[in-house]
Design a protein around this ligand. Structure first.
Ligand code: SAM
Length: 197
């Protein structure tokens, strides 16, 4: 039986976009599973930019990609995703965020709402028409609670004539199950119209 899994669901929803994307971002590389998914399913000439603040995460991602001989396709960046504009020029077609902390590592190194929102804002401003962003948020810990709240507020305020935003969660599960947000840019209005007043 196929069971729902939030991470797999995000990948399935993005699959068709990834197939045609040229510039893709894994905003939280972690153990590299999303980077691998992006590298495996994007065109041969696509470039994936994978960010993480932890050396361990970058090394884990590199190791995973090497196993599949896909490390040439992925640029691994040890930097906060909020500095994305210092690394990428051009329109972003697909971006994935899997927020929170690295599984089996120090929980104090977790994504923070200020830098997550800053990164999200920059990616929204650089998203191609038809481009998509997935965000998986975990509201069960203190930072995650604040982060999910900030992400949801920001996404709710996006103009619906430019962006479509969906949200999915397992509503009968206890212990704050993950929440998946999907953003699609429908039209090419000016960036300023996506900025909150
Ligand atoms: C839940 S893990 C990501 C899992 C990963 N997508 C995978 O497939 O294995 C979250 C990651 O975000 C990283 N992180 C925390 N703050 C960050 C920041 N400001 N910029 C980029 N990565 C950050 C953590 O170091 C951690 O590795």
């Amino acid at each position: 039986m196929q069971t729902f899994n939030t991470i797999k669901l995000a990948q399935q929803l993005l699959f068709a976009k990834v197939n045609k994307a040229k510039i893709l971002v894994d905003a939280t590389a972690g153990n590299g599973k999303d980077s691998l998914f992006l590298a495996q399913n994007s065109p041969i000439d696509a470039i994936i930019w994978s960010f993480d603040v932890q050396q361990t995460a970058i090394l884990n991602t590199k190791e995973l990609l090497s196993k599949y001989s896909l490390d040439d396709k992925v640029k691994l960046i040890i930097d906060s995703h909020e500095n994305i504009d210092q690394h990428i020029n051009g329109k972003i077609d697909v971006a994935m965020f899997n927020l929170g902390y690295l599984p089996n590592a120090q929980h104090q190194i977790t994504t923070q709402y200020q830098s997550t929102i800053a990164a999200l804002q920059k990616i929204l401003g650089s998203l191609s028409i038809g481009g998509v962003i997935s965000i998986i948020a975990y509201s069960g810990h203190q930072e995650g609670y604040l982060e999910n709240k900030a992400v949801q507020e920001r996404l709710r305020s996006l103009p619906s004539n430019i962006f479509t935003v969906g949200c999915w969660s397992m509503i009968n599960h206890s212990n704050n199950p993950p929440i998946l947000y999907i953003v699609e840019k429908m039209r090419g209005e000016a960036y300023e119209s996506a900025t909150p007043h």
